[in-house]
Design a protein around this ligand. Structure first.
Ligand SMILES: Cc1cc2nc3c(=O)[nH]c(=O)nc-3n(C[C@H](O)[C@H](O)[C@H](O)COP(=O)(O)OP(=O)(O)OC[C@H]3O[C@@H](n4cnc5c(N)ncnc54)[C@H](O)[C@@H]3O)c2cc1C
Ligand SMILES: *[C@@H]1O[C@H](CO)[C@@H](O)[C@H](O)[C@H]1NC(C)=O
Ligand SMILES: *[C@@H]1O[C@H](CO)[C@@H](O)[C@H](O)[C@H]1NC(C)=O
Ligand SMILES: *[C@@H]1O[C@H](CO)[C@@H](O)[C@H](O)[C@H]1NC(C)=O
Ligand SMILES: *[C@@H]1O[C@H](CO)[C@@H](O)[C@H](O)[C@H]1NC(C)=O
Ligand SMILES: *[C@@H]1O[C@H](CO)[C@@H](O)[C@H](O)[C@H]1NC(C)=O
Ligand SMILES: *[C@@H]1O[C@H](CO)[C@@H](O)[C@H](O)[C@H]1NC(C)=O
Ligand SMILES: *[C@@H]1O[C@H](CO)[C@@H](O)[C@H](O)[C@H]1NC(C)=O
Ligand SMILES: *[C@@H]1O[C@H](CO)[C@@H](O)[C@H](O)[C@H]1NC(C)=O
Ligand SMILES: *[C@@H]1O[C@H](CO)[C@@H](O)[C@H](O)[C@H]1NC(C)=O
Length: 545
């Protein structure tokens, strides 16, 4: 009796909650009026608002979309784009969207793999952090305040302009922005010695669901923990991070060696799995895999590119490689001395080294044109046997042009030393390397998209045979909606655990605690936002029964 009463009671509450939401059926115009009327400087506010009627609207969206899968006419579009240039405009946007029931999507660089920063199935507006892009470096304390809308390239540029031996250990790709990247983890060429971008954050400034501006001291250590790998968009709007800069010698050496299947790539990749995570922390040996036409046979073949970045000189590097990985046959002639660590960014993308600053400051992503793609992550605990590698190659070779790409990034060193609960990113010592896979296509044909989706799933499935599956790990910065999504309307912690477990493992419950504390009404929500425990607002009168 008691149980069924409870169910009926909960059901009634659910209906009430839904009714409250449904009341504002066309919130759009009210939202706009609220924005303009409320703000103390209405001229300033209307200058940063763009609607589908504005001439700027489609160009802002166009510049935003990094995955052309979400540039289709059928893709749901924001009712309003706000590109604030002052914090008070963010406070007003939060206030007005709460009042008029529009969902917020926060966008810094727009690289979200599933377009989650600019696509939603419910009425929404985009808060585009493009103007929050200042980078101020303090060489004395070796820190910098970096706006969430700054790209990695702009961040690197401003750091090395002050001193080329200072660095920030973040991602490879220069157009990715700080707001999404750091809040979801962020790994790049310096990870073996220094860990993730999120491991090197010392303070932050955010706006919470009540419009309060908080820093580390006022937000407290739990929220500060959550926004270093737990993805900001579940909790707050990140205005800026204070990052720790690290010292990198100006003696830096790089190399890039390509080997096809005809040149024994399978054996080399097998061996790579044994050695790459055990190399000294000063040496990154990244592996890229793609499909090319073989010069020997004229047939398509898998090509493995072994890309090295070493903090030190050529002789020392060749000595280490000769000892640890003689089969690769690295010679002095293969090595290039870089003038600083940051030259590795163009080097990695096979762009001319004299273009470094241009590459860092561009907002147009190198080196290929934008495409539609499906990408996912994996974390590997044991070397994949040679027979397994051959199975993976077979799947790669089935996929036509443009070819599939994979990057395998070794862990070990610092990545293995940091405890799994230090920040929400939980994938540390048990993993020997991580995998990025990207199946892409050009054009808008739905049939082609279906075909490439099937290929992406097949690749994901074959790699799944060789990694931990309980649950299979995933990376929050490589969002994958195939893992599961929240219900629109009521959702639950247990439903969220289906996708949250793979991203955050044992850190998931602490993220739920933080969410329950800082955003109990679930203002900051999306397909894969951390839900609060249900003890709030419209359900709180449950306690009286
Ligand atoms: C081409 C390409 C290369 C990449 N290379 C790397 C790499 O080398 N290493 C790596 O680790 N990852 C890499 N990534 C993944 C990348 O780190 C993530 O997609 C990251 O989340 C993108 O951040 P963004 O601000 O550019 O994207 P956005 O799409 O703007 O944001 C991503 C997510 O973060 C949220 N968010 C953004 N800004 C804020 C904010 N200010 N406050 C709160 N929430 C916010 C968004 O709502 C969204 O959920 C790459 C992605 C692409 C497309
Ligand atoms: C956009 O333009 C249409 C037609 O001119 C108008 O009806 C509508 O109210 C406008 N919307 C906004 C948000 O200004
Ligand atoms: C977006 O901009 C690019 C150039 O920057 C252009 O080639 C493309 O046609 C634009 N797409 C849309 C949908 O406007
Ligand atoms: C304007 O917005 C602020 C939040 O920025 C809010 O506190 C205030 O009540 C709003 N005022 C009106 C008149 O809506
Ligand atoms: C640059 O930074 C390094 C490392 O902190 C330091 O040793 C060096 O003196 C700095 N160079 C200049 C010109 O400030
Ligand atoms: C890789 O390591 C395993 C276990 O240590 C060993 O059995 C195997 O022979 C090694 N393979 C290579 C190619 O080094
Ligand atoms: C084939 O040969 C060309 C010219 O020598 C070279 O640039 C290319 O890298 C080679 N490709 C492969 C897959 O070996
Ligand atoms: C190239 O591919 C064709 C068709 O799959 C095959 O018949 C042929 O044996 C291959 N050639 C070589 C040298 O592998
Ligand atoms: C590589 O190591 C072998 C012995 O381990 C040595 O004979 C050879 O000279 C070394 N080569 C280089 C280039 O260091
Ligand atoms: C940059 O280097 C390339 C060769 O790598 C050369 O062709 C080009 O002219 C150089 N550009 C400048 C501006 O020096």
């Amino acid at each position: 009796m008691k149980t069924s009463n409870n169910i009926i009671h909960q059901f009634t509450i659910l209906l009430l909650c839904v009714a409250v939401w449904a009341a504002s059926a066309d919130p759009h115009q009210d939202f706009l009026s609220c924005l303009v009327q409320n703000h103390s400087d209405p001229i300033g506010m209307s200058n940063v608002i763009s609607t589908p009627n504005s001439t700027s609207y489609s160009s802002i969206l166009n510049a935003t979309v990094q995955n052309l899968r979400f540039a289709l006419p059928s893709t749901p579009k924001p009712r309003v784009i706000i590109t604030p240039d002052h914090e008070s405009q963010i406070q007003t946007a939060i206030y007005c969207s709460k009042k008029h029931g529009l969902q917020v999507r926060i966008l810094s660089g727009g690289h979200d793999f599933e377009g989650s920063s600019y696509v939603a199935e419910v009425p929404f507006f985009v808060l585009n952090m493009f103007n929050f892009r200042s980078v101020s470096v303090d060489a004395n304390s070796r820190t910098a305040w970096v706006g969430s809308g700054a790209t990695l390239g702009e961040t690197y540029y401003n750091i090395v302009r002050v001193n080329t031996s200072l660095a920030y250990p973040a991602g490879y790709y220069p157009t990715v922005a700080i707001g999404g990247h750091v809040s979801g983890g962020g790994y790049g060429p310096l990870l073996r010695k220094w860990g993730l971008a999120a491991d090197n954050v010392v303070d932050a400034r955010v706006v919470d669901a009540n419009g309060r501006i908080l820093d580390r001291a006022s937000m407290g250590e739990d929220l500060f923990w959550a926004i270093r790998g737990g993805v900001g968009a579940s909790f707050v709007v990140i205005l800026e991070y204070k990052i720790r800069l690290v010292e990198v010698s100006n003696e830096v050496t790089a190399f890039s060696l390509k080997r096809t299947l005809e040149q024994d790539a399978t054996k080399l990749v097998y061996k790579w799995q044994n050695v790459s995570h055990k190399l000294p922390e000063d040496l990154l040996l990244e592996l890229q895999l793609t499909v090319v036409q073989s010069n020997q046979t004229g047939n398509r073949t898998v090509q493995a590119t072994f890309v090295g970045l070493f903090e030190g000189g050529v002789d020392q590097l060749v000595g280490i490689m000769n000892e640890s990985f003689p089969e690769l046959g690295l010679a002095k002639e293969d090595c290039v001395q870089l003038s600083s660590w940051v030259d590795f960014i163009p080097y990695f993308f096979e762009l001319p080294l004299n273009s470094t600053y241009r590459i860092l400051l561009t907002r147009v992503p190198p080196p290929t044109p934008k495409s539609s793609f499906k990408s996912t992550a994996d974390f590997v605990q044991q070397p994949i046997p040679e027979e397994g590698l051959k199975k993976i190659w077979d799947v790669l070779l089935e996929i036509p042009s443009p070819p599939v790409q994979m990057n395998w990034t070794p862990f070990g060193a610092r990545m293995a030393a940091i405890p799994a609960s230090e920040i929400p990113f939980p994938h540390r010592g048990e993993n020997i390397f991580m995998v990025f896979k990207k199946v892409q296509w050009q054009g808008t044909s739905p049939e082609l998209a279906q075909e490439r989706f099937a290929a992406a799933r097949k690749l994901h499935s074959v790699i799944g045979e060789f990694v931990e599956n309980n649950p299979r790990r995933a990376y929050a910065d490589y969002r994958d909606l195939d893992l599961g999504v929240n219900n629109i309307g009521e959702t639950s912690v247990e439903k969220a655990r289906i996708w949250g477990g793979p991203y955050f493992r044992n850190n998931f419950d602490r993220l739920v605690n933080v969410k329950t504390m800082v955003d109990p009404d679930d203002y900051f929500r999306n397909e894969q936002s951390i839900p609060p425990r249900p003890s709030h607002s419209c359900q709180s009168n449950q306690e009286s029964t």
